[in-house]
Design a protein around this ligand. Structure first.
Ligand code: AMP
Length: 270
């Protein structure tokens, strides 16, 4: 595996490749990330993984500071997976060239966009930069971050003619989703988060057999969970998979959640 930090060097290395599969990450590589890499490799792509903890997408400085980082461990895992290139740019280089600024349309200011103001503008900004540098036709991204996937499809896929391959969420024992932020949880919070995942899965399951999904009364479940687990839930909402419309049950839908447990913010969807 070649580890490349400079944009110039990366361009030189990859300019003749047509068959690139790109997996952008913020590091703390886990089974979720691995599944994206394997999806790219299964399609015989020359796989590039990037690790860049993007300051622009953190709306709180402290959150950026405490985001778990372990580059040596990441390198060891990626080498084992036979990834061809690891791109680890620094923030100065990433932001030194001019690039389009994005603002979200009003109807996209929902879910995390409402609770983490500026977050997705930061994500779109960095993804626009990464896709300018890495002209890949295939991007591999996780459904765990469903709204991110949705917005990148909406705002960037046409511009770059990139196919966005969405990959299912990898969970531990069918419960809590793998996430780099899980490293910030202590044992007790981790156990609670696993129980919350089971509970929410059940609600989703129950909703399938309910003719009127709204009989399930999510606000009551929200209160119950907040009280039982001493958490603060930002949102607990059913939304359409295709257009993220609220309580639209004509097509496939998902149950979206974001909550804070012991000052760690977790998101998921079922
Ligand atoms: P991150 O490093 O958290 O920015 O995530 C990098 C990519 O991995 C994103 O496309 C995520 O959606 C994806 N990802 C993160 N966690 C999981 C998971 N548990 N299952 C599948 N994909 C994931």
């Amino acid at each position: 595996m070649k580890i490349i930090t400079s944009i110039f060097d990366l361009n030189k290395e990859i300019k003749n490749y047509k068959n690139i599969g790109f997996v952008p990450t913020m590091g703390g590589i886990h089974e979720g990330h691995k599944s994206l890499i394997k999806a790219s490799q299964n399609k015989k792509k020359m796989t590039i993984v990037s690790i860049f903890v993007n300051p622009a997408q953190f709306n709180k400085k402290d959150d950026f500071k405490k985001y778990p980082r372990n580059i040596q461990n990441d390198i060891a895992i990626l080498k084992k997976l036979n990834v061809e290139y690891l791109f680890t740019p620094n923030a100065k280089d990433m932001y030194k060239f001019k690039a389009k600024k994005f603002s979200l349309k009003k109807k996209d200011k929902i879910l995390c966009a409402k609770f983490r103001v500026g977050h997705f503008e930061g994500v779109l900004n960095v993804m626009n930069r990464l896709l300018t540098i890495i002209k890949s036709k295939d991007l591999y991204m996780g459904e765990k971050d469903y709204q991110q996937l949705y917005l990148i499809k909406k705002y960037l896929s046409k511009k770059f003619k990139v196919r966005i391959n969405s990959c299912p969420t990898i969970r531990i024992n069918n419960k809590i989703a793998l996430s780099t932020r899980n490293k910030l949880l202590n044992k007790r919070s981790f156990k609670k988060a696993s129980e919350i995942a089971s509970f929410l899965k059940k609600i989703k399951y129950r909703s399938i057999s309910h003719a009127s999904k709204l009989d399930l009364n999510l606000p009551d479940y929200k209160k119950e969970l907040e009280k039982k687990y001493k958490i603060k839930i930002d949102y607990l909402e059913f939304r359409d998979e295709k257009n993220l419309k609220l309580n639209n049950f004509k097509n496939k839908y998902r149950l979206f959640v974001a909550y804070k447990i012991d000052n760690v913010r977790l998101i998921d969807n079922y």
